[in-house]
Design a protein around this ligand. Sequence first.
Ligand SMILES: [Zn+2]
Length: 135
Amino acid sequence: MDGGAAPLTLPACLVAALVAEATAAAPREACGLLVGHGHDVHRIVPAANVDPSPTRYTIDPAAHFAALRDARRDGLAVIGAYHSHPAGGSRPSPADTAEAAPDFLYVIVGLVPSPAVAAWRLVDGNFVGLGLVRT
Ligand SMILES: [Zn+2]
């Protein structure tokens, strides 16, 4: 994976799908994977949130395996993950930062005060906002 701080490219239809999924999952967090190439998201793969806490998320490991397999089959990669903040904005929480992996892209869907989608990447232990290009 490469691209540094290049913006994330996300089709507008997927932005709408992310907001719809986040809204439907509330008050729980929605989560899933971003499949694509580099910083280009080709598709999103919704996954069950298997975390017992209403304010955290853990992507179902079986869904993660399936997404990896399907991405490889299509010549793509799992480039990141997304989740929602049903009661907050699109900035990462301290838990998000603590649990983040480098070289993975994070999209957060905030619903409060209004739906907002932002992309982040961990650089030296801190999240850095990436631009979001809606295509
Ligand atoms: Zn979060």
